[in-house]
Design a protein. Structure first.
Length: 456
């Protein structure tokens, strides 16, 4: 006879506890324990003895290249490492309305046009709603087979019967597995759903794309084990009010995690942005607190504009607002700027924005942040040329400017748009103006005469 028991499972790390805790004992996260009811047999259990297998040396394993399924979207294929691998599982996360369903619909349409058998499973939208989006996208989107279903058993049986090359599940948090307690999206349900879909993908050599939700903190919703189960984790970022979107790989067993793809949302769907630098710096002008960063997104150079604003604070604890970079990274740069740059910011509010809704996570942005904030604090326009100041470099805690990767590609991208000279760390080469310390960089571009603005 089955006996019911209750356990509390952490949605972040999977830790199990007999009773509820406000803070997870396993990962110290707050309010992540969710109640689950489980059925267990009271009688004795017998395990079937296994059969020994024969291990083989890796030298005898075929080294033939893995087949890839190109989605026909260059930016997506770049992030995936060349396309989808048959039998793999990809988790695509992003905020609501960011364009996850649009991206997967476009990919399936291209694959269908290329002769691949595809399947779109939607647990959030009806077939009529999916058709409306397909009409907007045009092309072969109307030829993609769809299944509006939430039952896991029905979906797995359909995959086994149809045997598609690529299947999209939108979304994994809305599917329900019979025989398991808990609402769709709960820890137990998501774990069981993901496991069953993974087994189906491996047995049928079907590439499965799981669309997932994210939390308000920007993390993927559901148990952390979900990220461990899949082969690739993609994060679709951007602001809903803006048109630009960035696709990054947080995990990729078949490719690099350093690549990124840039898209622009239009009425006809997502459009690849092949020359992102031209889009992001087209409106950049010489102004107080405006600096252009020569960044790297994977193997591709990217120019983005940083804008800073410094104003007297009326609060006991001044505000530090960062949009597009990590707030802790901003705090570190401000500390170095105060200590080694002589810029007093203790009684000022500091606002920093990466123009275009792009997010920059590399340490090479430190120098751009420091120059933008210093220029805004002094009320001066950086540099004395006709174009905005361009720079890159990491700041050490002692005020030195450290080297970063691919300086030649960064300099070439800046030169293409006429941004000369570029402030860079020692050893950058080319036409760069090398600066060894933060003080050297500030002395090179922070003017004090005609470019100083009068306070309004």
């Amino acid at each position: 006879m089955a006996k019911s028991s209750t356990v509390h499972v952490c949605s972040s790390c999977g830790h199990q506890a007999a009773r509820w805790h406000g803070q997870c004992p396993g990962c110290d996260e707050w309010n992540t324990l969710v109640e689950e009811r489980r059925e267990s047999s009271t009688g004795p259990t017998k395990s079937k003895p296994g059969r020994a297998a024969s291990p083989i040396p890796l030298s005898q394993v075929s080294a033939s290249a893995e087949k890839r399924l190109a989605t026909g979207i260059g930016e997506l294929d770049r992030v995936l490492g060349g396309g989808l691998v048959p039998g793999s599982a990809v988790l695509l996360g992003g905020a609501p309305g960011i364009g996850k369903s649009t991206l997967t619909s476009m990919a399936l349409a291209n694959l269908s046009d290329a002769g691949e058998k595809v399947l779109y499973v939607s647990a959030e939208e009806s077939a009529q709603q999916i058709r409306l989006r397909a009409q907007r996208l045009g092309g072969g989107a109307l030829d993609v087979p769809v299944l509006a279903e939430t039952d896991l058993g029905t979906i797995v049986a359909t995959i086994q019967q149809e045997r598609p090359s690529v299947c999209v599940i939108d979304s994994v948090q809305t599917l329900h597995a019979d025989g398991l307690n808990g609402a769709p999206g709960s820890v137990g349900q998501v774990r069981e759903v993901a496991g069953a879909l993974m087994r189906a993908a491996k047995s049928q050599s079907t590439a499965v794309v799981l669309v997932g939700h994210i939390t308000k903190e920007g993390d993927l919703a559901g148990p952390r084990v979900l990220e461990h189960l899949v082969d690739c984790v993609l994060l679709f970022e951007g602001e809903r009010e803006r048109t630009y979107r960035t696709l990054r790989a947080m995990k990729n067993r078949f490719g690099s995690t350093a690549e990124a793809g840039v898209f622009e949302m239009s009425e006809g769907g997502l459009v690849e942005v092949l020359d992102a630098s031209a889009r992001f710096v087209a409106e950049a002008k010489r102004a107080p607190g405006s600096v252009v960063l020569c960044a790297m997104e994977g193997s591709r150079p990217l120019l983005v504009e940083f804008q800073a604003l410094v104003s007297p604070s009326e609060l006991t604890q001044p505000r530090r607002i960062a949009n597009g970079i990590d707030r802790n990274r901003l705090a570190l740069v401000l500390a170095v700027l105060t200590r080694h740059g002589g810029i007093a910011l203790g009684a000022a509010d500091v606002f920093l924005n990466v123009v275009g809704g792009v997010r920059v996570d590399e340490p090479g942005a430190d120098l751009a942040v420091a120059i933008a904030v210093a220029a805004a604090a002094k009320g001066v326009i950086p540099g004395n040329g006709t174009t905005p100041v361009a720079c890159f470099g990491e700041l050490g805690l002692t005020g030195e400017v450290r080297s970063v990767g691919h300086p030649d590609r960064r300099l070439a991208e800046a030169s293409k748009f006429g941004l000369q000279p570029v402030l860079a760390p020692p050893g950058a080469g080319g036409d760069a103006r090398e600066v060894a310390s933060l003080r050297d960089a500030l002395a090179a571009v922070i003017a004090s005469g005609e470019d100083r603005l009068q306070a309004v």
